[in-house]
Design a protein around this ligand. Structure first.
Ligand SMILES: NC(=O)c1ccc[n+]([C@@H]2O[C@H](COP(=O)([O-])OP(=O)(O)OC[C@H]3O[C@@H](n4cnc5c(N)ncnc54)[C@H](OP(=O)(O)O)[C@@H]3O)[C@@H](O)[C@H]2O)c1
Length: 349
C-alpha cells in the first residue's frame, strides 16, 4: 500500500471511465512520462481501466500505454487483459493505489461515483475525482473517510477544469483571509452569452453550443445553473469549510436573457454574465447563481467564450482574479495530473 509521505513511490492508477478527460490524462502521461520522472520523481503505471460499456482491463504490472493510446482513438471494446469486473470490483480487487474517478457526474445522489469512492477508501486507495458528484454532495464524508484511512480525496478538476483554483487558493493565497468570491464557473453558458453579444439569438447560440459538444447530456445542468451550483458548493467546502446543500444555493439560469437584455446592457457599457457568488459575513452565508449585468471594468466581464474565472476577495491583496479554460480533455486531464503530483509530494490534508 502506498503511504507516500516523504519519498516518491510508483503510483498504480485505476481509471473509472475512459472518456474525454481520462483520454486527455493518458495523452499527458504518455507524452510526459520521462519529464515527470526527472523533474518530479513521479512514476506511475495505469493498472486498470473500467467503463460502463467497454468493460474492464487489468494488469497488475501496468497496461501498455500504446494500447491505451490506440483505445483512445478507436471506440472498440477492450479485448486484452480483460477482467469480468465492474468499476466497483476493479477498485476493490485491483492493486491500484489511486483511483481516478471520471465517470459521469450525477448531482442527484452522486452514484455510482459515491460508492466507488467509499470502496476505494475502504481498501486504502486514494481518490482523485473529476466527477463533481461526491465533492458537491458528500464532501465532509469523503474527507472524513479519506483521513481515517490515511488517503487523499483530491478534486482540482471539479471547479475550473485545468485552471488551478483549489491549489491556487491553498498555496498561492495562503495567509490571506477570504471574505468571498465571485466567478464565471460554467463555460457553456458563458459561450452562449458571448455568442449573443456577437448578435446570435439565444436559440441559435444554444444550438451552436450543442454542435460544438459544449452542452452536458442534460443541457439544463448548464443552462439552469445546476453545474455552477455544484461547483459553488465544492468551493464552499474547500475554501470555507462550509457544508451547503445544493438546494440552499439560490439559482437562476440564463434562459430568460434575450437580445433586448444584451442590447440594453451594451448601451450601459455593461455585459451579462452568469455569476456564482459566495460571501461569508458575521457567520451569514450568501450563495447564489444568477445572471448579472457587469460593468466592462469588472475583470469577469472580460472573460468570454468557454473561459472560466474566479475573483477572490482577500484581506491583504484586495481582489485577485484567475482565468483559464473551464473544460477540455487535456485541460481537465492536467488538473488530475496536478492532483497526482500533490499526492506524490505527500502534502494532502
Ligand atoms: N469534459 C470536461 O471538460 C470536464 C471538466 C471538468 C470535469 N469533468 C467531469 O469529469 C468526468 C468525466 O468527464 P468526461 O468529459 O471525460 O465524460 P465522458 O467523455 O462522457 O466519459 C465518461 C466516462 O464514464 C464512463 N462511465 C459512466 N458510468 C460508468 C460506470 N458506472 N462505471 C464505469 N465507467 C462509467 C463512461 O463509460 P461508457 O462510455 O462505457 O458509458 C465514459 O467512459 C465527469 O464527471 C465530468 O463532469 C469534465
Amino acid at each position: 500500500m502506498l503511504t507516500n509521505k516523504g519519498s516518491a513511490r510508483k503510483h498504480l492508477i485505476a481509471l473509472v471511465g475512459f472518456g474525454t478527460v481520462a483520454q486527455g490524462l493518458c495523452k499527458i502521461l504518455i507524452e510526459k512520462r520521462d519529464t515527470l520522472k526527472r523533474d518530479h520523481h513521479f512514476e506511475f503505471e495505469i493498472v486498470a481501466v473500467s467503463t460502463r460499456s467497454r468493460g474492464t482491463m487489468f494488469h497488475p504490472a501496468g497496461l501498455s500505454l500504446s494500447s491505451l493510446n490506440y483505445l483512445s482513438q478507436n471506440d472498440t471494446p477492450f479485448v486484452e487483459n480483460v477482467k469480468d469486473w465492474d468499476a466497483e470490483e476493479m477498485i476493490r480487487e485491483s492493486n491500484a493505489t489511486v483511483v481516478v474517478e471520471l465517470s459521469h457526474t450525477n448531482l442527484v445522489d452522486a452514484e455510482p461515483a459515491l460508492t466507488h469512492c467509499r470502496t476505494a477508501f475502504k481498501t486504502g486507495k486514494h481518490i482523485i475525482s473529476g466527477n463533481k458528484g461526491p465533492a458537491a454532495l458528500a464532501y465532509s464524508e469523503m474527507k472524513g473517510l479519506a483521513r481515517k484511512r490515511g488517503c487523499a480525496f483530491l478534486n482540482e478538476a471539479t471547479v475550473l477544469s485545468g485552471t488551478p483554483t483549489l491549489s491556487f487558493f491553498h498555496s498561492a493565497l495562503k495567509g490571506n483571509q477570504i471574505s468571498g468570491l465571485r466567478g464565471v464557473l460554467n463555460g457553456t453558458t458563458n459561450f452562449i452569452l458571448s455568442e449573443m453579444e456577437s448578435g446570435s439569438s439565444y436559440d441559435d447560440a444554444l444550438q451552436q453550443a450543442e454542435t460544438l459538444g459544449y452542452l452536458e447530456a442534460d443541457p439544463s445542468a448548464d443552462i439552469d445553473g445546476y453545474d455552477a451550483q455544484a461547483k459553488l458548493a465544492i468551493l464552499a467546502s474547500e475554501l470555507f469549510d462550509l457544508t451547503i446543500e445544493l438546494g440552499d444555493i439560490k439559482r437562476e439560469g440564463i434562459s430568460a436573457i434575450t437580445q433586448v437584455h444584451i442590447e440594453e446592457a451594451r448601451r450601459e457599457d455593461k455585459r451579462w454574465k452568469l455569476i456564482a457568488s459566495l460571501s461569508v459575513r458575521d457567520d451569514k452565508i450568501i450563495a447564489q447563481i444568477r445572471p448579472e449585468k457587469l460593468a466592462l471594468s469588472d475583470p469577469l466581464a472580460q472573460v468570454n467564450g468557454t473561459l472560466n474565472a474566479i475573483t477572490f476577495s482577500t484581506d491583504l491583496l484586495g481582489d485577485v482574479t484567475i482565468t483559464g479554460p473551464g473544460a477540455g480533455g487535456v485541460e481537465t486531464g492536467y488538473a488530475v495530473l496536478s492532483d497526482l503530483l500533490t499526492l506524490n509530494e505527500g502534502v494532502f490534508a
